[in-house]
Ligand binder design. Structure first.
Ligand SMILES: CC(C)(COP(=O)(O)OP(=O)(O)OC[C@H]1O[C@@H](n2cnc3c(N)ncnc32)[C@H](O)[C@@H]1OP(=O)(O)O)[C@@H](O)C(=O)NCCC(=O)NCCS
Length: 170
């Protein structure tokens, strides 16, 4: 059963396996998806979990042009399957390109409906954050993401550059 949970070190084993599947990248919707340099140690993983948890706290200071973000993990029982990140508000860049929500499912667990269910599960979190209309974007050639958004009632507004832009009214 697909669930959305806050990042938690108890998922370490499957998180590390997924990290390798993602090409040694976090793929967590934060925009920093390149391969990680150096060794991914347990210590680094724990720091990453703490950082991701802090990012949702309005009291956490931010770099310029960043917004608070609720990082969630898509899990099935004890297994980490992927990431879903909810940006609390839109910057000009997010309004054009990034949208409110980013997600990824580890390659070995794709096409099982997890992204579609995770996006559905994320909408109450968005409502609780005070978001009334959720913006979702995907590359024009990203069929899987397009279908994930449309399965959740996304209505396409337009295409800007190489991005389709969709809204879901909550
Ligand atoms: C996009 C992504 C999250 C989809 O995850 P998933 O768990 O495989 O998605 P689902 O199983 O819920 O499938 C969603 C829909 O896409 C379709 N789909 C999944 N993979 C597909 C593929 N490779 N090609 C075409 N359609 C695909 C499914 O059939 C389903 O469509 P349906 O509802 O009409 O049956 C996953 O492919 C991924 O992590 N991609 C890399 C990161 C990424 O692109 N993130 C989105 C950024 S906007």
């Amino acid at each position: 059963m697909t669930q959305l949970v806050r990042p938690d070190v108890s998922y370490a084993d499957s998180w590390f396996a997924a990290f390798e599947e993602f090409g040694r990248a976090f793929s967590d919707g934060s925009g920093s998806n390149g391969p990680v340099e150096g060794e991914m140690t347990r210590e680094r993983f724990e720091a990453l979990v703490a950082e991701r948890l802090a990012a949702s706290d309005p009291a956490t200071p931010l770099e310029p042009d960043r917004v608070h973000c609720t990082f969630l993990w898509i899990v099935d029982g004890p297994e980490f399957l992927g990431n879903l990140a909810i940006r609390h508000s839109l910057t000009p860049y997010l309004l054009e390109q990034g949208g409110h929500i980013g997600y990824s499912v580890r390659p070995s667990r794709r096409r099982e409906g997890h992204a579609s269910r995770a996006l559905a599960l994320s909408l109450p979190w968005c409502r609780d954050l005070g978001i009334e209309r959720v913006l979702l974007t995907c590359d024009v050639d990203n069929e899987a993401s397009r279908r994930t958004i449309e399965a959740n009632g996304g209505v396409q507004e337009d295409i800007r550059g190489d991005k389709r832009r969709y809204w879901i009214d909550l």
